[in-house]
Design a protein around this ligand. Structure first.
Ligand SMILES: Nc1ncnc2c1ncn2[C@@H]1O[C@H](COP(=O)(O)OP(=O)(O)OP(=O)(O)O)[C@@H](O)[C@H]1O
Ligand SMILES: [Mg+2]
Length: 106
């Protein structure tokens, strides 16, 4: 977030996946727990949107705060392995929104 904006975490129970473009579709279920992570930071430039979930891809190169580029690739791997849904949206300059949908199983 480059020190800008606010971060909001929220959890909702859904009976169907929201109308989003999913990076990964969730497994079918009657209900889903939706975890959304929304920030009002700088957003994600269009030119890196396709690389977000790539292992070791990072734009954080400065000193002690340098990134590993493993955060989102771990999120992707776990979501894929467990049949979770994953969606991301961003409007550059206005922030980013990540959604994880967890199918509720009996
Ligand atoms: N909320 C966000 N807003 C803007 N850009 C983001 C956001 N989340 C991720 N990115 C972009 O995606 C890149 C990859 O993210 P990822 O979490 O995989 O690695 P990282 O954050 O750079 O490193 P680390 O997770 O080790 O701190 C980031 O470097 C950044 O460019
Ligand atoms: Mg990260």
């Amino acid at each position: 977030m480059q020190g800008q904006g606010k971060l909001k975490l929220s959890v909702h129970l859904r009976t169907q996946p929201p109308e989003k473009v999913f990076v990964l579709r969730p497994d079918a279920a009657q209900r889903f727990i939706e975890l959304s992570v929304v920030d009002s930071g700088p957003g994600i430039p269009a030119e890196i949107r396709d690389r977000l979930f790539e292992p070791f891809f990072t734009t954080k190169h400065s000193g002690a705060k340098a990134g590993t580029g493993l955060g989102l690739s771990l999120v992707y791997s776990i979501a894929k392995q467990d049949g979770l849904g994953l969606a991301v949206e961003s409007e550059p300059g206005k922030g980013a929104s990540f959604i994880i949908l967890m199918p509720v199983r009996d």
